[in-house]
Design a protein around this ligand. Structure first.
Ligand SMILES: *Cc1c(COP(=O)(O)O)cnc(C)c1O
Length: 390
C-alpha cells in the first residue's frame, strides 16, 4: 500500500485545473470579508439575508450557551433533545404551515435520512439531473431504482413514472437549483406526484427565507412562492443558508415525520445540533418573518445586477435566466473560469468559480450570489470588475 496512486490522482486534478483550494476567512461570513489581511466584497456565500453575523442571532446564541451549554452531548433520541430544539421544531412547522417538523444536523444528512427511511430495493426514485449531490447520494444509498430526468423535463419524468413497476415512488428535486438559480416547476411536479401516486421531496435549501417575497409574504420558501401545500409534499430546508446558522429540518405530515424519527439513520445515529444553535435559529426565523425589507433589498440587488450586465460583458458571457439570489455567469472552460475569478479577486471582488463535477463538463461558471447585505455600490463594483476582465 503506497500513496503513489493518490499522488497520480491529485496530479490529474492539477492537469484539468480541477484542484480546489481554500481561502481562510478572518472575519464573520458577510458581504464584506477580510482574507489574509486584504478586504474584499464577497459574492460567494449563501447568507442571502446577511443574518450569519447578525447581532441578535449572536446574542441568542450567547444566551443559549449560558442556558444549555455548548454541546448537546447525545443524540436526539437518547438525551440530546433540549427545550430549545423542541421549541424550534414547533416554530418551524408553524412557519412553513405544515403539521410537524424534525431537525437534522445538516441538510446533507436530512436528504440521506429521508430517502433511505422511505425507500428500499422494491422502490423507485425520480430525480432531476441537476439535483444537489446530497440528494443523488441519498438515492444511491437507498438502493432503490434511481431514474434521472433531464433538468425540469416534465415530459421525461412523466414517461418514467408511467412505466415503473416500483411499489413506492418518490420524486426528488431542488426547489431552487443550487448552481443554476432557477426554480423547479413545483405545481406541475405535484400534479405528476398525484397522478402517479408518488411522494414529492423538495429541497428548499436556497428558497427558505428568501422566496415568498410578495406584499404579504414572509419568506417561507418555495411553497409560499407557488402558494401550494399538499400531504404528498416532503419539505426539506437548510438552516445554514438564508437562516444564517446551521442545520436543517424536514416538515410534512405527522405520520411522515414520526416515521423519519423512528427510521432515519442520519437522525438516530448522530449528536443533536448544539442547542445554542437552535436558539440562534429561533431568532433567525423571527427576523425572516419580519424581513420583508431585507427581501426587497435582495430583489433590488438582483435587478440591478441583471440590468448592468444586459449591456454585455467581454467574451459574450451571459447570466443564466435566474430570478433568485443565485446568478450564474457561464464561462465554459475550467481554466478561463478560474482566471476570471482570480482577476476579480485582484480587484477586491470574490466570486467562486464552480467547475465540474459540481456542474456539467464545459459549463464552468462564476456563481455570483447576492445578499441583502450588498449595497448598490457593491453590485456596481462587481459589474465594473467583470467588464474589466478582458
Ligand atoms: C447546501 C445544500 C444542501 C446541504 O445542506 P447542508 O446543511 O449544508 O449540509 C442540500 N441541498 C442543497 C440544494 C444545498 O444547496
Amino acid at each position: 500500500m503506497t500513496y503513489s496512486a493518490l499522488v497520480d490522482d491529485l496530479a490529474a486534478l492539477d492537469e484539468k485545473n480541477l484542484r480546489r483550494t481554500r481561502r481562510t476567512l478572518d472575519t464573520p461570513q458577510s458581504a464584506h470579508v477580510t482574507v489574509d489581511g486584504k478586504n474584499y466584497v464577497a459574492f460567494c456565500g449563501n447568507d442571502y439575508l446577511g443574518l450569519a453575523s447578525h447581532p441578535e442571532l449572536i446574542a441568542a446564541a450567547q444566551s443559549g450557551a449560558t442556558q444549555f451549554g455548548v454541546g448537546a452531548g447525545a443524540s436526539h433520541l437518547v438525551l440530546g433533545h433540549t427545550r430549545a430544539h423542541e421549541n424550534l421544531e414547533q416554530q418551524l412547522a408553524a412557519f412553513v404551515q405544515l403539521p410537524r417538523a424534525l431537525l437534522f444536523s445538516t441538510g446533507y444528512m436530512a436528504n440521506l435520512g429521508v430517502v433511505t427511511a422511505l425507500l428500499n430495493r422494491d422502490d423507485a426514485v425520480f430525480a432531476d439531473r441537476l439535483n444537489h449531490a446530497s440528494l443523488n447520494d441519498a438515492c444511491l444509498l437507498a438502493r432503490a431504482q434511481f431514474k434521472r430526468y433531464a433538468h425540469n423535463s416534465l415530459e421525461q419524468l412523466e414517461r418514467l413514472l408511467a412505466t415503473t413497476k416500483a411499489k413506492r415512488k418518490l420524486i426528488v428535486a431542488d426547489a431552487v437549483f443550487s448552481m443554476d438559480g432557477d426554480i423547479a416547476p413545483v405545481p406541475e411536479l405535484l400534479a405528476l406526484a398525484e397522478c402517479y401516486d408518488a411522494w414529492l421531496l423538495l429541497d428548499d435549501a436556497h428558497g427558505f427565507g428568501v422566496l415568498g417575497d410578495g406584499a404579504n409574504d414572509k419568506g417561507r420558501g418555495v411553497l409560499e412562492h407557488f402558494n401550494v401545500t399538499h400531504p404528498r409534499i416532503i419539505y426539506m430546508a437548510t438552516l445554514g443558508k438564508a437562516a444564517g446558522v446551521f442545520g436543517a429540518f424536514v416538515a410534512g405530515e405527522t405520520t411522515l415525520i414520526e416515521t423519519l424519527m423512528q427510521r432515519a439513520r442520519t437522525y438516530i445515529y448522530t449528536t443533536a445540533m448544539p442547542p445554542l444553535l437552535a436558539c440562534a435559529v429561533s431568532k433567525s426565523i423571527e427576523l425572516i418573518a419580519a424581513g420583508a425589507s431585507l427581501r426587497r433589498q435582495l430583489a433590488e440587488n438582483i435587478i440591478q445586477l441583471k440590468q448592468m450586465v444586459t449591456n454585455g460583458l467581454p467574451g459574450g458571457w451571459k447570466l443564466l435566466p435566474s430570478i433568485t439570489a443565485i446568478q450564474p455567469l457561464v464561462i465554459g472552460d475550467n481554466r478561463a473560469a478560474t482566471d476570471v475569478a482570480e482577476k476579480l479577486a485582484a480587484r477586491g471582488v470574490l466570486v467562486p468559480a464552480i467547475r465540474p463535477p459540481t456542474v456539467p463538463q464545459g459549463t464552468a461558471r462564476l456563481r455570483i450570489s447576492l445578499s441583502a447585505a450588498h449595497s448598490k455600490d457593491d453590485v456596481l463594483l462587481l459589474c465594473d470588475a467583470l467588464k474589466a476582465c478582458q
